[in-house]
Design a protein around this ligand. Structure first.
Ligand code: ADP
Ligand code: MG
Length: 309
């Protein structure tokens, strides 16, 4: 008899403890301000309904609500990171639902914006450049003027012409591109920045995999296209006419702006474009490309010291 008695006693004891703990917990949960608020909105909720879903109320109390217990989505303590609980009274039962918190919504919005700047082989510091970081000096006043004019107009609609930044190495031409792309992103426009020498190389690879057309389309459709360091690459006649020519032709027809940076002026670039890798002089074709470049951009020369030193 003895073992049964002691087992029973132990069970009763534990059960009593359980009851006690349950009541204490329930009291604490009901004392929570947000639960109290919820219950006072629904006076029809019975004690029985509360008991049935006390676990849900407990879950609600323990979670961070609209980020009151965490600093960022990564630190979120909730069952699902970035989701905030809400209590609902549906069909005579208490339910808990989760909605995205404002921090997660913000992160998603920013991620969407980030995608507006696509870049191929551009240094990180350029991708982080901002207009407010652009140091003004008299050697670059035209570049500043044209940049501001473009961005000002872009608040209404995208201008038809971008800027052709020409000037020596290190004066900040590429930096301008990064700053413009980031500002355009804030205005909701997408930009694609391409480092020309790498682009030429990539297109040669694309031929091997039969993906030329697909790659070309990416560059045609960006709101704003930016070619960094045109003239620095060795461009074949094929690249010049079929790739560059076709992209520029499309953008010209659609009145979509293109930005360039180059160590050459437009006139110097024309000479470079007229000698393909085969060494042929093809002035007419080069002239045709230059015509398109002039249709989609406006030349600006900048100088000053080499900022890389
Ligand atoms: P370029 O394209 O004319 O050769 P870059 O744009 O690469 O020159 O600029 C050279 C260096 O100077 C980079 O390290 C860049 O971050 C820095 N730089 C250029 N312009 C600015 C600027 N306006 N403000 C701050 N740093 C700049
Ligand atoms: Mg550069």
């Amino acid at each position: 008899m003895r073992p049964i008695q002691s087992t029973l006693k132990k069970w009763l004891n534990e059960n009593e403890n359980f009851q006690q703990r349950y009541e204490t917990m329930k009291k604490e949960i009901l004392a929570d301000k947000s639960v109290d608020n919820f219950l006072s909105n629904y006076p029809e909720i019975t004690d029985e309904a509360i008991d049935k879903r006390l676990n849900k109320l407990y879950e609600y109390v323990s979670q961070s609500k609209q980020c009151d217990k965490c600093n960022c989505v990564d630190d979120c303590i909730n069952v699902v990171k970035g989701y905030s609980p809400i209590l609902q009274w549906v069909d005579g039962e208490i339910h808990i639902a989760y909605e995205k918190c404002h921090r997660l919504l913000n992160e998603e919005k920013n991620a969407l914006k980030e995608n507006l700047v696509k870049s191929l082989y551009m240094p990180k510091e350029i991708l982080q450049a901002t207009i407010s970081d652009l140091h003004y000096d008299s050697h670059r006043k035209h570049a500043f003027f044209e940049t501001n004019k473009f961005l000002d107009e872009a608040k209404q609609t995208l201008p038809q012409k971008g800027v052709f930044f020409s000037g020596p190495f290190g004066v900040g031409k590429t930096y301008f591109l990064g700053a413009i792309a980031n500002r355009l992103q804030q205005l909701g426009f997408s930009s694609t920045l391409i480092y020309m020498p790498e682009f030429v190389h990539q297109m040669r690879e694309a031929i091997k995999h039969n993906r030329v057309q697909e790659r070309l389309d990416e560059f045609k459709y960006a709101d704003v296209l930016m070619f960094d360091d045109i003239g620095a690459e060795t461009m074949s006649a094929w690249f010049r006419d079929e790739i560059l020519g076709s992209i520029l032709q499309y953008r010209m027809m659609e009145q979509l702006p293109v930005f360039f940076t180059s160590n050459y002026t437009m006139d110097q670039l024309e000479k470079i474009l007229s000698s393909s890798t085969k060494g042929e002089i093809e002035e007419v074709k080069a002239g045709r490309i230059m015509e398109r470049i002039k249709q989609v951009s406006k030349e600006v020369t900048l100088s000053g010291h080499n900022r890389r030193n």
